[in-house]
Design a protein around this ligand. Sequence first.
Ligand code: NDP
Length: 497
Amino acid sequence: MDASLKPSLPAQPRAFAFHVGGRAVRRGDRDWCVRVSPAHGVEVTRVPACTAADVDAAVAAARRAFAQGIWSRLPGSERAQVLLRAAAGVRERFEELAYWETLETGKPITQARSEVLASAGYYEYAAGVARTLSGDSFNNLGEGMFGLVVREPIGVIGLITPWNFPFLILAERLPFMLAAGCTVVAKPSEFTSATTLMMAEILGEAGLPDGVFNVVTGYGLPVGQAITEHTDIDMVSFTGSVATGQRALAASASNIKKLGLELGGKSPQIVFADADLEAAADGVVYGICLNAGQCCVSGSRLVVEEGIADAFRDLLVDKFSRVRIGDPLDPATQMGAIVTEAHQNKILGYIRSGVADGARLACGGGILDGDGWFITPTLLEGVRSDMAVAREEIFGPVLTMTTFTTPDEAVAIANDSVFGLAASIWTKDLDKALDTMRRVQAGRMWINTTITGGPELPIGGSKQSGNGRETGVYGVEEYTELKSVHIALGQRTPWVQ
Ligand code: NDP
């Protein structure tokens, strides 16, 4: 299709089946989770509201597949072939994937297209790692001993993903799990399950054996909870809010399963006076408007040097006014909708609370007339670190502005948060950039850019932003377990005399 044309809404909602043991499961007796497009206010998809019994069936299928070794014991080169064919399938169906992603999330179609294409690269990268994954050997234990460290897939993984980047977050995790040889039971957000279910089809067509990837749709309670509590799941990878992450952590005690958590953020954008201010302002605007600020790594806390604060604010206000916000199916749109009406109200409540606490509304704070839920890009200036708008994750297009006078103060403000997911630094002084990078607590950092990435580097957070790392070689290793082996050589010295 011509990428400059605006696709239309579907003639009727699309109903999906869930996916267990290589089969699309359709049952008439099931309740549905109905998704209304957050930008258009009409029903676009529905998925089955599964039960804990469905989770049991999916886990049994994943366990069977794992135990049979039809995936876990394949040579890495064969796993790689499947992942490469899956990547090709994503590229072939990228328009369709981007279309349904946009309808369910409300994100601009151009953004959805680039996320889908970027996702294909994660499957390709993981295919490479499947062939290079290895253990270790120890030839330094003396003449009578040899050591091996054998890397094995961890087993059955529960994968719980949120609504903000359904396909990309899946791509940052699933191919790495598959590359390691694991089998998976996924639960996407009930708002945004379509593209995860389509990925199950694509993987099946690519030759993934039945039962290796299963998708159970429905609500966090009971489906997500059943996954985190399940005693036959070896690891859970959870991405979402801190509160639900804490529940997952508690539930993981059931069988001491490993837990990978990527939770919230309140990421600082530190702008020094010597930065290229045009570029920095453009980056800061992008960093808070991308996905309408519903992004765990949104640069939502501007920490700007006092001397340039007023000029920088004026640059931001001008650029915010030029962000094209509206119908996400229109290829000209840069910023789309807020995920639900309840979330829109939560964001508006935060803006009101910031003003009540003494911040000034420099721009934004409004909603768009008509169907759907949209919030205009918002800048709150004069924000102190103790205000709720500076401390809590708003998850919307709301930027807070706080000033500093010394680099030490900038670092102190940046680190004054329970989160440690990401941070950006804008300066032309390399020494200052690297010194600040070393002192700021965050799992991901950008210097003179923001929210860029790819499969090569690991991602994840420190402090309450989570633990564990996704992507990169480290990302595959997260889904493996190490087994150490001592091998005695030569004649044994008797212990029993
Ligand atoms: P949640 O943390 O509730 O949802 C994330 C995922 O967990 C969804 O698939 C959800 O399912 C599932 N889930 C819900 N309850 C449970 C449970 N008891 N056990 C296991 N899984 C469960 O996030 P919300 O969607 O409610 O968003 C709330 C806030 O979380 C946002 O405003 C934002 O601040 C933050 N957030 C952060 C994200 C990030 O990328 N770090 C992503 C999304 C949200 P279901 O949707 O079906 O309830």
